[in-house]
Every structure is written in structure tokens, then in C-alpha cells.
Design a protein around this ligand. Structure first.
Ligand SMILES: *[C@@H]1O[C@H](CO)[C@@H](O)[C@H](O)[C@H]1NC(C)=O
Ligand SMILES: *[C@@H]1O[C@H](CO)[C@@H](O)[C@H](O)[C@H]1NC(C)=O
Ligand SMILES: *[C@@H]1O[C@H](CO)[C@@H](O)[C@H](O)[C@H]1NC(C)=O
Ligand SMILES: *[C@@H]1O[C@H](CO)[C@@H](O)[C@H](O)[C@H]1NC(C)=O
Length: 371
């Protein structure tokens, strides 16, 4: 059982979108696409992608001169088959507590509070960039999450300047300023915290950060479901002109999890048959029509920039099953048909929805999950 179903996902996208070896298959897909009429578009090559919770990135990739060999060979397998490994976004809640510390001795230093699997403080030194440069296959790219949550522009400025100095530019696809800013609490931004304030701050900060880099930024990373988000949406953000104003916006993104176990009411609704129900996938994704349209109108790709089966780190027996792997295939391919350019599956060492657990944890050896 070696990486069977996660590879299914990447290999499926690799075969559909991949290099010459899959020519006949591609020819057939192109023919099908043509038959489907003018609204059909090719499936983007990077449609299946990964997101790693910032505080677990060295669990996944190892340390300087000590690559995590499981992660490395899984990613290398995909590169060998599909031409490139999945893009990895490094982010999540812990990107908003992370900071570059030039003088710190550790590659990554997490501080945890008891009962919380997400670090409450994360510092890193330049060795983290050596890890990102060296411990991955040749064509690995990252979206690097910057800290917007601490409400201090000097933190992301230091992060960008360090990445520009120490990171191989070919590794860096884009930066992302802030994780789920629409859900920021009062400790992150004074009330009221509204979409127009967000847009004004992003414009100001991105202009400062943009002076330090030639790379672009992925905008948004919004958490709320479109049916509940009101005007804190990509549609409003583009209507307010942010992507044009900053002129180095390279993508727009939302996050979502079809189920949640963040509270008992929602946890009671989690079910594998519900997750795997194709009609439910189609209905669920139909909420994103105006968000995807906003990205199309702005002329930049829409990403489902962080996702998984069940929020609050997945559910045992649902998230880590072959059924969930089949759901992932259906979810990604349906996302592609409605105009998503990338679907980024989130991972963390203790999270049940991870595609693999990179290091020993809680008495279990490093392992590849069915997903
Ligand atoms: C790790 O971070 C914590 C919290 O910022 C700090 O107190 C501690 O000294 C750091 N450890 C090292 C080895 O730098
Ligand atoms: C967004 O909606 C809120 C409340 O519904 C309203 O007060 C605000 O003016 C709206 N902002 C924009 C930029 O439309
Ligand atoms: C699948 O989902 C649809 C839409 O939510 C629902 O109407 C249908 O009953 C579900 N099917 C099963 C077998 O649960
Ligand atoms: C750790 O493993 C034990 C025994 O398998 C399990 O009951 C417990 O839920 C696990 N704890 C976590 C945090 O995963």
C-alpha cells in the first residue's frame, strides 16, 4: 500500500494534464472537451495541490541535510510521473503567528498551548529556506504564507526580505498575505473589521512588500462560505479594485471544508456517504460561481487555496479512508469543470485529513493515509 490513493489523485491529474507519455489519453480528453462544446476548458495542470500548516512544515520536509525521506520520495514519484510535484502552499492559522528571527538557533521553533494542535507562536531562521530549497524534488514550488494577523507590517517585511535573500527564486510561486482574514478576531484587528478596511490595508502593505520582490501575491484566503460571507468576498474585493491596484496579484483564493467538527452540532452531521455524494459536491461548489467569476473578470486564476473533508483537522474513520480519497478525485475534477485552477488539500502531522503523516506521532510510525 504505497501512496495508493493520493497518487491516484495526482496521477489522474498528471495523466490528464501531464507530459508526452500520456498522449493518447490527452488526445481523447481534448476530443471529449471539444465535443462538450465551447464552455469546456482544459483541466489545469496544477489542479491537485497541497497546503501544509506552517508549524508542521519541517515535520514534512525535514531539516538542513536531513530531508524527510518519506515526503521526498512521495513528491519525487509525482514529479517522475506527472512532470512536477504538487505545488505546496505553506500556511494556515499558524502563518499568522509566524515570524522570521535572524538570530534564533532553530530552523523552526513552535510554541504550543495544551490541547491545541496549532502552535501559538512560530519563529524560523534562514535554515528554513535551505530546507525549502534542498529537501524537495527539482521542480517543487511553494506559495509562502506571510503574517498579516499580528497587525504589524514589519513582520511580513522581514519575512519577504529573508525569502528574497535565502530562497531559490524558482521555488517561490507566490506569497500570500494573511490566512482567513475575514475571520480575524478582536486580538488581530480592532472592530469593526470590514472588507473595505481589509482592502485598504492589503493595498498599503502589498505596496510596501511589492517593493522588495518581483514575485506576486495570492489574494484572499477567505474562510467563510459564499452563502454566508456577505460582502467580505472575492467578488467585493475585486469590485473594490484590489487586484488591479496592487498589479502583482497572481491568484485569488477561498478556503472551505464541506464538513466540520469544530462544534458538536456540526460534528454530528459528518458522514462518509454524505461526503461522497456527488450531487452534494455539485450543490456545495455551486456557491462559488460568483467568486470564480470575480477571478475570471480580474483575469487571474481562482484557487481553492485550503481545503479538506472536515474542518478542525478531520475526523477519524471519515477523513482518512479510501472513500475520502474517491471524494477528493471527484471534488478536484468537479472543481476544474467549474473554473477552479487549483485545489489545495491541507495537511498537518496530527490531522486526520492529511495525505500522509511524515513523522512518528502519538505512538504511530510515519505513514501514508488512504487519502
Ligand atoms: C522558542 O520560542 C519561544 C517563544 O517565542 C521562546 O521563548 C524560546 O526561547 C525559543 N527557543 C529557542 C531555542 O530559541
Ligand atoms: C459591506 O456590508 C456592510 C454591512 O452589510 C456595510 O456596512 C458596508 O458598507 C459594506 N461595504 C462595502 C464596501 O460595500
Ligand atoms: C445526495 O445529496 C443530495 C443533495 O444534497 C440529496 O438530495 C440526496 O438525498 C443525497 N443522496 C443520498 C443517498 O444521501
Ligand atoms: C492517540 O492514540 C490513542 C490510542 O490510539 C487515541 O485514543 C488518541 O485519540 C490519540 N490522540 C490523538 C491526539 O490523536
Amino acid at each position: 500500500m504505497f501512496f495508493i490513493s493520493a497518487s491516484l489523485l495526482f496521477i489522474a491529474s498528471g495523466i490528464i494534464c501531464g507530459p508526452a507519455r500520456a498522449e493518447t489519453f490527452v488526445t481523447n480528453v481534448v476530443r471529449l472537451t471539444e465535443q462538450a462544446g465551447s464552455i469546456a476548458k482544459p483541466i489545469p495542470k496544477g489542479i491537485a495541490a497541497l497546503s501544509v500548516e506552517f508549524c508542521y512544515i519541517t515535520d514534512y520536509l525535514g531539516d538542513v541535510n536531513q530531508p524527510n525521506s518519506l515526503s521526498r520520495s512521495l513528491l519525487q514519484n509525482i514529479e517522475d510521473i506527472a512532470g512536477a510535484p504538487p505545488v505546496i502552499r505553506i500556511g494556515g492559522h499558524t502563518q499568522d503567528v509566524a515570524w522570521f528571527c535572524a538570530d534564533c538557533p532553530q530552523t523552526l521553533n513552535n510554541t504550543f498551548a495544551s490541547g491545541n494542535d496549532e502552535a501559538i507562536d512560530v519563529s524560523f531562521n534562514k535554515d528554513l529556506f535551505t530546507v525549502l530549497n534542498e529537501n524537495v524534488p527539482a521542480r517543487q514550488e511553494f506559495i509562502f504564507g506571510l503574517n498579516f494577523g499580528r497587525n504589524d507590517v514589519s513582520i511580513p517585511l522581514a519575512e519577504v526580505m529573508a525569502a528574497e535573500k535565502y530562497m531559490d527564486p524558482s521555488r517561490l510561486r507566490a506569497y500570500e498575505l494573511g490566512n482567513e482574514p475575514d475571520f480575524y478576531g478582536p486580538s488581530q484587528r480592532p472592530r469593526p473589521w470590514t472588507v473595505d478596511k481589509y482592502v485598504a490595508e492589503q493595498e498599503d502593505w502589498l505596496n510596501q512588500l511589492g517593493k522588495k520582490t518581483g514575485k506576486g501575491f495570492s489574494i484572499g484566503a477567505l474562510a467563510q462560505l459564499p452563502i454566508y460571507q456577505g460582502n467580505f468576498s472575492l467578488a467585493e474585493i475585486t469590485a473594490l479594485g484590489l487586484p488591479e491596484k496592487v498589479d502583482y496579484a497572481v491568484s485569488l483564493s477561498d478556503h472551505t471544508y464541506p464538513y466540520s467538527r469544530c462544534d458538536p452540532e456540526r460534528e454530528a452531521q459528518v458522514s462518509l456517504p454524505g461526503l461522497m455524494n456527488h450531487t452534494a459536491v455539485v450543490e456545495y461548489f455551486s456557491q462559488w460561481t460568483s467568486e470564480i467569476q470575480a477571478a475570471n473578470d480580474a483575469g487571474i486564476p481562482f484557487l481553492m487555496g485550503e481545503t479538506g473533508s472536515v474542518s478542525c483537522h478531520g475526523k477519524q474513520g471519515v477523513s482518512n479512508t479510501l472513500g475520502a480519497a474517491l471524494w477528493e478525485l471527484d471534488y478536484v475534477l468537479h472543481g476544474a469543470t467549474i473554473g477552479m485552477s487549483g485545489v489545495y488539500f491541507h495537511m498537518g502531522t496530527p490531522f486526520y485529513y492529511s495525505m500522509w503523516q511524515p513523522v512518528p506521532y502519538n505512538g504511530t510510525a510515519a505513514t501514508v493515509y488512504p487519502t
